[in-house]
Design a protein. Sequence first.
Length: 150
Amino acid sequence: MGDPINEMMQRMWTSALQLRGREFCFILNHAVRADKAELADSMAALARGINKLCVSVPPRPPFPPDNLCFRGGGFDEQYRSFFVKGREFRQPAYFATSFSRAVADAFIARAVAASKVRWLVRIDDVRKCAHVNLVQKTNVPGEEEYLFAP
């Protein structure tokens, strides 16, 4: 429809349409984590489009209020001991968060896992973050999604 690639990718990322019970964002992240050679070309094209949205040097506003965003969902208890306060780690896939705690809580409510979690993601007050951006062309108004690149 003539949209710039970053706007098209934002709409694609936020699509609620499902294939075999999964949304596009889940399918894409599953493929990214799988790291299979036969998917590399397709994944590179999609990643380039999404990264045009997410990666900016220097970091660009808007930034979350109090530099804090939220993520909610199910949790697999076998990994609980890994997650301790202050631990730094790399996320191998796109990581969607929200400026809104209520949005994170809505994802917790729809999670089917026995255990649930609300993640608090803090953005450095001074350095900010160069691999994240607010998704503004969305299929889910009010979500205030702050999307981190892998």
